[in-house]
Design a protein around this ligand. Sequence first.
Ligand SMILES: [Zn+2]
Length: 460
Amino acid sequence: MRQIIAGQARYLCSRYLYYGIYQPLRQPLRVAHRRQLLQNCTLDPDEIAALQRQKLSALLHHAYEHVPYYRRVFDERQLHPRDIREPSDLEQLPLLTKSLIQENAGELRAQYVPPRFGRIRRERTGGSTGQPITLYVDDESWSMGVATVDRFHELCGWKPGNSIATLLTRRLRPQLNRPIRDNLIDWAINRTQFHTYGISEIDAIDYLRHLGTLRPKMLFGYRSALVLLAQLAREHGHNVRPGMIVSTGEVLMPADRQVLESTFQCAVFDRYGATEAALLTTECPTYHQRHINTDVHVVEFLRDGRPVSPETPGMIVVTNLHSFAMPLIRYVLGDVGTPSGEPCECELPFPIMRSMEGRALDFIKAPSGRLFHASVFHSVLDWRRGIRQWQAVQVTADELVIQLVPAPDFDPKIVAAIESMITRHLDAGFRVDVRVVDQIEIGLSGKFRTTMSRVPGTFA
Ligand SMILES: [Zn+2]
């Protein structure tokens, strides 16, 4: 009884103090964008297409006037932004790959960004190909990114103030201890975080017990961590009954969805996005179709440089319509998706992406039996300068090989730094061998994996 009253009090504080007062004061753009994005769901497909055209035109004019890279790209092709009226006209412009971003980093940053776009922050991301890039993100674009997440959650049935439990990794920054401020924020958001960093089976069983008492409205985490929890829940018994599950970071396969639904007896949603492009899709609660956020992006599906026909898999290429500090036009994400020609039976005005194939992240198992999610390597390696691409492979039970392809600003000293950081944070039982190589071979599947384990029996 006491627990129910405490839960209700925390909900009310979160709902009215955090989401009602604090967030509108601290993140007014995010709140305005969330409202706008939810309103967009009530438009019809033609209105969404018109909105998309208008945003695309504004972005292209800005890129032409203020971004040296795009001025050059347009001039070389004797093009002007007014020549591109429809998203399909974008094929006159070249694709933007991670390698091109690495080579043209300085020229891709806008020399002028209107003041209303706010503060500009620097971010590093590796994505599915293990090629870290630096991005410049203005407040407007950041707020739109988080607002796409807010819309996703609200359409799935979560409301501001509802409790959240997360199953993600702790980022390996120099300060490993969480500041009190972070704990206060968690309390205010009504969020409880469980870390997949170095999780053991005993930890996972403890999480199950804790989650059974918490009964979160939303359980949110990496696909592989959620599936691992479901497997242990089946083996050891549990009473975990979240209101809904949201999987992220990796593609949720139909079999995973089935395991999660049947184990935890709730609706399961798949969030697909990237640091470079916010959420690409919104999943409808009735039919569980992935609707493409065409009010925020232009998404193309290509094969050999040409758009694929509906129901055919294609390489996903995205233009984030709100990214003005560093426009990424026709950016190759490195994932594959299948566009659908059919509308969904629900009322959302956005087209559907039928299925997708994206990054698959593994856990590696340390000699001690503790499991480490691949995102640990992303936390350490994506933030390092001087790395063009990386891959972490567990070759034997106690040996890890990390391959690095150096960038021009590579400093050989980081090899020792990375070795000691990984050894310190993963597990003392590991031998870590960092190798500098010219290129990393892609496996027979043709799909690049940043992290993999060659040890049989490791959960993946
Ligand atoms: Zn739908």
